[in-house]
Design a protein around this ligand. Structure first.
Ligand SMILES: *Cc1c(COP(=O)(O)O)cnc(C)c1O
Length: 396
Protein backbone atom coordinates (compact mmCIF):
# COMPACT_ATOMS: atom_id res chain seq x y z
CA UNK A 1 0.00 0.00 0.00
CA UNK A 2 1.39 3.36 -1.02
CA UNK A 3 1.76 6.21 1.43
CA UNK A 4 -1.01 8.78 1.57
CA UNK A 5 1.48 11.31 0.21
CA UNK A 6 2.35 9.22 -2.83
CA UNK A 7 -1.27 8.30 -3.46
CA UNK A 8 -2.34 11.91 -3.91
CA UNK A 9 0.38 12.85 -6.37
CA UNK A 10 -0.49 13.04 -10.04
CA UNK A 11 2.46 12.68 -12.42
CA UNK A 12 3.45 15.89 -14.19
CA UNK A 13 0.94 16.18 -17.08
CA UNK A 14 3.13 18.56 -19.06
CA UNK A 15 5.75 15.84 -19.26
CA UNK A 16 3.17 13.18 -20.18
CA UNK A 17 1.67 15.07 -23.16
CA UNK A 18 5.19 15.65 -24.35
CA UNK A 19 5.89 11.93 -24.04
CA UNK A 20 2.77 11.05 -26.03
CA UNK A 21 3.72 13.50 -28.79
CA UNK A 22 7.25 12.10 -28.87
CA UNK A 23 5.91 8.57 -29.15
CA UNK A 24 3.66 9.51 -32.07
CA UNK A 25 6.61 11.24 -33.68
CA UNK A 26 8.77 8.15 -33.32
CA UNK A 27 5.99 6.20 -35.07
CA UNK A 28 6.64 8.46 -38.04
CA UNK A 29 3.72 10.87 -37.52
CA UNK A 30 4.29 14.48 -38.52
CA UNK A 31 3.63 16.00 -35.10
CA UNK A 32 3.96 19.71 -34.38
CA UNK A 33 4.82 20.12 -30.74
CA UNK A 34 3.63 23.16 -28.80
CA UNK A 35 4.05 21.23 -25.59
CA UNK A 36 7.69 21.99 -24.89
CA UNK A 37 8.55 23.42 -21.50
CA UNK A 38 12.13 24.07 -22.48
CA UNK A 39 14.10 26.25 -24.93
CA UNK A 40 14.67 24.62 -28.32
CA UNK A 41 18.15 26.18 -28.54
CA UNK A 42 21.36 24.28 -27.87
CA UNK A 43 23.42 25.04 -24.78
CA UNK A 44 25.95 27.73 -25.84
CA UNK A 45 29.37 26.38 -26.87
CA UNK A 46 31.47 28.07 -24.17
CA UNK A 47 29.31 26.44 -21.49
CA UNK A 48 29.72 23.00 -23.01
CA UNK A 49 33.48 23.60 -23.25
CA UNK A 50 33.65 24.34 -19.52
CA UNK A 51 31.99 20.99 -18.83
CA UNK A 52 34.38 19.13 -21.11
CA UNK A 53 37.28 20.82 -19.37
CA UNK A 54 35.88 19.79 -15.98
CA UNK A 55 35.76 16.16 -17.06
CA UNK A 56 39.27 16.26 -18.48
CA UNK A 57 40.55 17.79 -15.24
CA UNK A 58 38.81 15.03 -13.26
CA UNK A 59 36.40 17.37 -11.56
CA UNK A 60 34.30 14.28 -11.06
CA UNK A 61 34.09 13.75 -7.32
CA UNK A 62 31.70 14.77 -4.56
CA UNK A 63 31.56 18.50 -3.98
CA UNK A 64 30.20 20.30 -0.92
CA UNK A 65 26.52 19.26 -0.70
CA UNK A 66 25.12 22.74 -1.31
CA UNK A 67 27.47 23.55 -4.20
CA UNK A 68 31.04 24.61 -4.92
CA UNK A 69 32.21 27.97 -3.55
CA UNK A 70 33.06 29.20 -7.05
CA UNK A 71 29.46 28.76 -8.20
CA UNK A 72 27.97 30.25 -5.04
CA UNK A 73 30.16 33.30 -5.51
CA UNK A 74 29.13 33.59 -9.14
CA UNK A 75 25.47 33.49 -8.07
CA UNK A 76 25.98 36.07 -5.29
CA UNK A 77 27.76 38.34 -7.75
CA UNK A 78 25.08 37.97 -10.38
CA UNK A 79 22.35 38.92 -7.90
CA UNK A 80 24.35 41.85 -6.58
CA UNK A 81 25.11 43.14 -10.05
CA UNK A 82 21.51 42.90 -11.23
CA UNK A 83 19.49 43.72 -8.12
CA UNK A 84 21.98 45.32 -5.68
CA UNK A 85 21.12 42.65 -3.13
CA UNK A 86 23.80 41.18 -0.90
CA UNK A 87 23.86 37.44 -0.23
CA UNK A 88 26.85 35.76 1.35
CA UNK A 89 27.86 32.46 -0.27
CA UNK A 90 26.41 30.57 2.73
CA UNK A 91 23.00 32.00 1.85
CA UNK A 92 23.10 30.27 -1.54
CA UNK A 93 22.12 26.62 -1.98
CA UNK A 94 22.76 25.00 -5.36
CA UNK A 95 20.47 22.08 -6.22
CA UNK A 96 19.49 19.70 -9.01
CA UNK A 97 17.38 22.24 -10.87
CA UNK A 98 14.99 24.91 -9.64
CA UNK A 99 12.32 22.26 -9.10
CA UNK A 100 14.59 20.59 -6.57
CA UNK A 101 15.24 23.98 -5.00
CA UNK A 102 11.47 24.46 -4.59
CA UNK A 103 11.21 21.09 -2.92
CA UNK A 104 14.02 21.98 -0.51
CA UNK A 105 12.35 25.28 0.38
CA UNK A 106 9.03 23.60 1.15
CA UNK A 107 10.69 20.77 3.06
CA UNK A 108 12.53 23.30 5.20
CA UNK A 109 9.52 25.58 5.82
CA UNK A 110 6.38 23.50 6.13
CA UNK A 111 4.82 21.79 9.10
CA UNK A 112 1.84 19.53 8.47
CA UNK A 113 -1.20 21.60 7.58
CA UNK A 114 0.68 24.83 6.89
CA UNK A 115 -0.95 26.73 4.06
CA UNK A 116 0.80 27.92 0.93
CA UNK A 117 -0.96 30.41 -1.32
CA UNK A 118 -0.70 29.57 -5.00
CA UNK A 119 -2.21 31.99 -7.53
CA UNK A 120 -3.94 30.16 -10.37
CA UNK A 121 -3.18 29.54 -13.23
CA UNK A 122 -0.08 28.04 -11.64
CA UNK A 123 2.89 25.98 -12.68
CA UNK A 124 1.83 22.33 -12.45
CA UNK A 125 4.28 21.24 -9.79
CA UNK A 126 3.51 23.84 -7.10
CA UNK A 127 0.45 22.22 -5.53
CA UNK A 128 1.98 18.74 -5.72
CA UNK A 129 5.23 19.88 -4.12
CA UNK A 130 3.31 21.58 -1.31
CA UNK A 131 1.27 18.42 -0.67
CA UNK A 132 4.35 16.18 -0.79
CA UNK A 133 5.83 18.29 1.98
CA UNK A 134 2.76 18.07 4.22
CA UNK A 135 1.36 21.48 3.36
CA UNK A 136 -2.05 22.55 2.12
CA UNK A 137 -2.18 24.45 -1.17
CA UNK A 138 -4.58 27.39 -1.09
CA UNK A 139 -5.40 28.13 -4.72
CA UNK A 140 -6.39 31.73 -5.44
CA UNK A 141 -7.89 32.31 -8.87
CA UNK A 142 -6.76 35.30 -10.91
CA UNK A 143 -8.53 36.80 -13.90
CA UNK A 144 -7.60 37.13 -17.55
CA UNK A 145 -8.86 40.74 -17.56
CA UNK A 146 -6.29 41.58 -14.87
CA UNK A 147 -3.56 39.73 -16.81
CA UNK A 148 -3.74 36.88 -14.28
CA UNK A 149 -2.18 38.94 -11.53
CA UNK A 150 -2.83 38.42 -7.87
CA UNK A 151 -4.34 41.58 -6.39
CA UNK A 152 -3.87 42.68 -2.78
CA UNK A 153 -7.50 42.22 -1.66
CA UNK A 154 -7.70 38.68 -3.07
CA UNK A 155 -4.45 37.77 -1.38
CA UNK A 156 -5.51 39.28 1.94
CA UNK A 157 -8.87 37.47 1.85
CA UNK A 158 -7.10 34.13 1.58
CA UNK A 159 -4.61 34.62 4.41
CA UNK A 160 -5.06 32.68 7.62
CA UNK A 161 -3.05 32.08 10.78
CA UNK A 162 -1.67 29.00 9.02
CA UNK A 163 -0.41 30.89 5.96
CA UNK A 164 3.28 30.11 5.71
CA UNK A 165 4.16 31.26 2.23
CA UNK A 166 3.05 32.55 -1.16
CA UNK A 167 4.53 31.12 -4.34
CA UNK A 168 5.08 33.92 -6.80
CA UNK A 169 6.13 33.19 -10.37
CA UNK A 170 7.02 36.20 -12.47
CA UNK A 171 7.47 35.94 -15.44
CA UNK A 172 4.84 33.25 -15.26
CA UNK A 173 4.53 29.80 -16.70
CA UNK A 174 1.84 29.32 -18.09
CA UNK A 175 0.39 32.84 -18.54
CA UNK A 176 3.50 34.85 -19.43
CA UNK A 177 2.51 37.76 -17.19
CA UNK A 178 5.19 39.86 -15.52
CA UNK A 179 4.49 41.73 -12.26
CA UNK A 180 5.31 45.42 -12.14
CA UNK A 181 7.09 47.11 -9.25
CA UNK A 182 3.82 48.57 -7.93
CA UNK A 183 2.08 45.21 -7.98
CA UNK A 184 5.00 43.61 -6.17
CA UNK A 185 5.00 46.36 -3.55
CA UNK A 186 1.40 45.55 -2.64
CA UNK A 187 2.26 41.88 -2.17
CA UNK A 188 5.48 42.65 -0.29
CA UNK A 189 3.74 44.91 2.18
CA UNK A 190 1.16 42.22 2.96
CA UNK A 191 3.92 39.63 3.42
CA UNK A 192 5.72 41.90 5.87
CA UNK A 193 2.53 42.87 7.71
CA UNK A 194 1.28 39.28 8.10
CA UNK A 195 4.71 37.69 8.25
CA UNK A 196 4.68 35.02 5.56
CA UNK A 197 7.39 33.96 3.14
CA UNK A 198 7.51 34.70 -0.57
CA UNK A 199 8.88 31.85 -2.62
CA UNK A 200 9.84 33.76 -5.73
CA UNK A 201 10.31 31.51 -8.75
CA UNK A 202 12.30 33.62 -11.19
CA UNK A 203 13.48 31.02 -13.70
CA UNK A 204 12.16 33.11 -16.63
CA UNK A 205 13.67 36.40 -15.44
CA UNK A 206 15.70 36.92 -18.63
CA UNK A 207 12.85 36.18 -21.00
CA UNK A 208 10.86 39.43 -20.89
CA UNK A 209 9.49 41.31 -23.88
CA UNK A 210 8.12 44.57 -25.17
CA UNK A 211 10.55 46.58 -23.04
CA UNK A 212 9.31 45.15 -19.72
CA UNK A 213 11.76 44.51 -16.92
CA UNK A 214 11.96 41.75 -14.37
CA UNK A 215 12.08 42.90 -10.77
CA UNK A 216 12.74 40.56 -7.90
CA UNK A 217 10.41 41.20 -4.97
CA UNK A 218 13.41 40.68 -2.68
CA UNK A 219 14.80 44.01 -3.89
CA UNK A 220 11.93 46.05 -2.42
CA UNK A 221 13.42 46.44 1.04
CA UNK A 222 15.28 44.66 3.80
CA UNK A 223 12.17 43.26 5.49
CA UNK A 224 10.88 41.64 2.34
CA UNK A 225 14.35 40.43 1.38
CA UNK A 226 14.47 38.48 4.66
CA UNK A 227 11.10 36.88 3.90
CA UNK A 228 11.88 36.06 0.27
CA UNK A 229 13.46 32.93 -1.09
CA UNK A 230 14.71 33.62 -4.60
CA UNK A 231 14.46 30.45 -6.67
CA UNK A 232 16.31 30.46 -9.96
CA UNK A 233 18.46 28.30 -12.19
CA UNK A 234 20.24 28.01 -15.49
CA UNK A 235 17.69 25.81 -17.32
CA UNK A 236 15.60 28.46 -19.07
CA UNK A 237 18.12 31.31 -19.33
CA UNK A 238 20.96 29.31 -20.87
CA UNK A 239 19.07 26.46 -22.56
CA UNK A 240 20.44 24.04 -19.96
CA UNK A 241 17.38 22.05 -18.90
CA UNK A 242 19.19 18.72 -18.98
CA UNK A 243 22.10 19.85 -16.84
CA UNK A 244 19.97 20.22 -13.70
CA UNK A 245 21.33 23.22 -11.87
CA UNK A 246 19.07 25.48 -9.82
CA UNK A 247 19.64 27.56 -6.73
CA UNK A 248 18.09 29.54 -3.90
CA UNK A 249 19.11 32.76 -2.21
CA UNK A 250 17.58 33.23 1.22
CA UNK A 251 18.22 34.21 4.82
CA UNK A 252 21.05 32.15 6.37
CA UNK A 253 19.08 29.94 8.78
CA UNK A 254 16.81 28.67 6.03
CA UNK A 255 19.77 28.18 3.69
CA UNK A 256 21.52 26.08 6.35
CA UNK A 257 18.38 23.97 6.83
CA UNK A 258 18.04 23.35 3.10
CA UNK A 259 21.69 22.54 2.81
CA UNK A 260 21.29 19.99 5.62
CA UNK A 261 18.25 18.40 3.94
CA UNK A 262 20.10 18.21 0.67
CA UNK A 263 23.16 16.65 2.29
CA UNK A 264 21.01 13.70 3.39
CA UNK A 265 18.92 13.33 0.26
CA UNK A 266 20.70 14.04 -3.01
CA UNK A 267 24.11 15.31 -1.85
CA UNK A 268 25.73 17.74 -4.27
CA UNK A 269 24.36 18.54 -7.71
CA UNK A 270 26.45 17.12 -10.55
CA UNK A 271 30.03 18.40 -10.28
CA UNK A 272 30.46 18.86 -14.05
CA UNK A 273 27.16 20.70 -14.42
CA UNK A 274 28.22 23.03 -11.60
CA UNK A 275 31.32 23.99 -13.59
CA UNK A 276 29.15 24.53 -16.64
CA UNK A 277 26.84 26.76 -14.58
CA UNK A 278 29.85 28.82 -13.46
CA UNK A 279 30.71 29.40 -17.12
CA UNK A 280 27.07 30.28 -17.86
CA UNK A 281 26.78 32.87 -15.07
CA UNK A 282 30.28 34.37 -15.28
CA UNK A 283 30.88 34.11 -19.02
CA UNK A 284 29.65 36.26 -21.92
CA UNK A 285 25.91 37.01 -21.78
CA UNK A 286 25.24 37.83 -25.46
CA UNK A 287 23.79 34.35 -26.00
CA UNK A 288 21.00 35.17 -23.55
CA UNK A 289 19.94 38.28 -25.44
CA UNK A 290 20.09 36.42 -28.77
CA UNK A 291 17.71 33.76 -27.50
CA UNK A 292 15.45 36.36 -25.88
CA UNK A 293 15.17 38.29 -29.14
CA UNK A 294 14.26 35.17 -31.05
CA UNK A 295 11.57 34.30 -28.50
CA UNK A 296 10.19 37.83 -28.71
CA UNK A 297 9.97 37.65 -32.49
CA UNK A 298 8.09 34.36 -32.31
CA UNK A 299 5.79 35.66 -29.59
CA UNK A 300 4.77 38.69 -31.64
CA UNK A 301 4.28 36.60 -34.74
CA UNK A 302 2.11 34.12 -32.89
CA UNK A 303 0.00 36.70 -31.07
CA UNK A 304 -0.75 38.40 -34.40
CA UNK A 305 -1.75 35.13 -36.05
CA UNK A 306 -4.02 34.16 -33.18
CA UNK A 307 -6.01 37.37 -33.53
CA UNK A 308 -7.12 36.03 -36.94
CA UNK A 309 -8.26 32.64 -35.62
CA UNK A 310 -11.87 32.21 -34.49
CA UNK A 311 -13.02 30.94 -31.06
CA UNK A 312 -9.72 31.44 -29.22
CA UNK A 313 -8.01 34.44 -27.66
CA UNK A 314 -5.08 35.25 -25.41
CA UNK A 315 -3.40 38.15 -23.68
CA UNK A 316 -0.17 39.41 -25.23
CA UNK A 317 2.27 37.91 -22.74
CA UNK A 318 5.29 39.85 -21.49
CA UNK A 319 7.55 36.99 -20.50
CA UNK A 320 8.49 33.27 -20.55
CA UNK A 321 7.73 31.36 -23.78
CA UNK A 322 4.07 30.43 -23.64
CA UNK A 323 0.74 31.68 -24.86
CA UNK A 324 -2.22 30.80 -22.72
CA UNK A 325 -5.18 30.38 -25.03
CA UNK A 326 -8.71 30.85 -23.80
CA UNK A 327 -10.72 28.13 -25.55
CA UNK A 328 -13.97 28.38 -23.53
CA UNK A 329 -15.95 29.32 -26.64
CA UNK A 330 -15.30 25.87 -28.14
CA UNK A 331 -16.89 23.99 -25.26
CA UNK A 332 -20.42 24.09 -26.58
CA UNK A 333 -19.30 22.90 -30.01
CA UNK A 334 -18.63 19.51 -31.56
CA UNK A 335 -15.80 18.06 -33.63
CA UNK A 336 -17.19 15.44 -36.05
CA UNK A 337 -19.99 14.79 -33.61
CA UNK A 338 -17.80 14.66 -30.50
CA UNK A 339 -18.39 17.40 -27.89
CA UNK A 340 -15.21 19.38 -27.17
CA UNK A 341 -16.35 20.24 -23.62
CA UNK A 342 -12.93 20.54 -21.89
CA UNK A 343 -9.29 21.48 -22.32
CA UNK A 344 -8.30 17.83 -22.07
CA UNK A 345 -10.72 16.87 -24.82
CA UNK A 346 -9.61 19.81 -26.97
CA UNK A 347 -5.96 18.75 -26.63
CA UNK A 348 -6.58 15.08 -27.34
CA UNK A 349 -8.80 15.73 -30.40
CA UNK A 350 -6.23 18.14 -31.77
CA UNK A 351 -3.36 15.70 -31.25
CA UNK A 352 -5.23 12.75 -32.70
CA UNK A 353 -6.75 14.44 -35.76
CA UNK A 354 -4.46 17.37 -36.56
CA UNK A 355 -1.21 16.11 -35.01
CA UNK A 356 -0.66 19.21 -32.89
CA UNK A 357 0.50 18.76 -29.29
CA UNK A 358 -0.31 21.34 -26.63
CA UNK A 359 -0.99 21.20 -22.92
CA UNK A 360 -4.53 21.32 -21.52
CA UNK A 361 -5.17 24.02 -18.93
CA UNK A 362 -6.47 21.56 -16.32
CA UNK A 363 -2.81 20.96 -15.51
CA UNK A 364 -2.48 24.61 -14.47
CA UNK A 365 -5.75 24.84 -12.58
CA UNK A 366 -7.36 26.63 -15.55
CA UNK A 367 -9.74 24.31 -17.41
CA UNK A 368 -10.88 26.97 -19.91
CA UNK A 369 -7.40 27.20 -21.41
CA UNK A 370 -4.62 25.41 -23.25
CA UNK A 371 -0.96 26.32 -23.17
CA UNK A 372 1.08 26.60 -26.35
CA UNK A 373 4.82 26.98 -26.19
CA UNK A 374 6.74 29.04 -28.72
CA UNK A 375 10.00 27.29 -27.93
CA UNK A 376 9.85 25.96 -31.47
CA UNK A 377 10.71 27.20 -34.97
CA UNK A 378 8.78 29.90 -36.85
CA UNK A 379 8.00 27.27 -39.42
CA UNK A 380 6.37 25.03 -36.82
CA UNK A 381 4.51 27.99 -35.36
CA UNK A 382 3.09 28.89 -38.72
CA UNK A 383 1.99 25.41 -39.78
CA UNK A 384 0.88 24.46 -36.26
CA UNK A 385 -1.41 27.47 -36.05
CA UNK A 386 -2.75 26.69 -39.50
CA UNK A 387 -3.70 23.25 -38.26
CA UNK A 388 -5.34 24.68 -35.15
CA UNK A 389 -7.24 27.07 -37.39
CA UNK A 390 -8.47 24.18 -39.58
CA UNK A 391 -9.46 22.21 -36.48
CA UNK A 392 -11.45 25.14 -35.12
CA UNK A 393 -13.18 25.74 -38.45
CA UNK A 394 -14.44 22.16 -38.32
CA UNK A 395 -16.23 22.79 -35.03
CA UNK A 396 -19.97 23.20 -35.24
C1 LIG B 1 11.01 24.98 -15.89
C2 LIG B 1 10.48 25.56 -14.62
C3 LIG B 1 11.09 25.29 -13.38
C4 LIG B 1 12.13 24.22 -13.17
O1 LIG B 1 13.30 24.43 -13.76
P1 LIG B 1 14.52 23.43 -13.51
O2 LIG B 1 15.61 24.33 -13.05
O3 LIG B 1 14.80 22.80 -14.83
O4 LIG B 1 14.14 22.44 -12.48
C5 LIG B 1 10.63 25.94 -12.25
N1 LIG B 1 9.59 26.80 -12.33
C6 LIG B 1 8.96 27.05 -13.49
C7 LIG B 1 7.82 27.99 -13.49
C8 LIG B 1 9.37 26.43 -14.66
O5 LIG B 1 8.71 26.65 -15.80
Amino acid sequence: MLSRKAFHITPSPTLSIDAQAKRMKSEGKDIIGFGAGEPDFDTPAHIKEAAIKAIKENFTRYTPASGIPELKEAISEKIYKESSLTYKPEQIVVSNGAKHSLNNVLAALLNDGDEVIIPSPYWVSYPELVKLNGGTPVIVDTKQEYNYKLKGPELEKNLSPRTKALILNSPSNPTGQVYTRNELEVIASLAVRYNFYIISDEVYEKLVYDGKEHITIASLGEDIQNLTIIVNGVSKTYAMTGWRIGYTASEPELAAAMSGIQSHTTSNPNSIAQKAACAALSGPQECVEEMRKEFEKRKNYMVDLIKEIPLINCIDPKGAFYLFLNIAETFNKKFRGIPVESGNKFASLLLEHYLVALVPGEAFGAPDYVRVSYATSMENISSGLERINSFLRELI
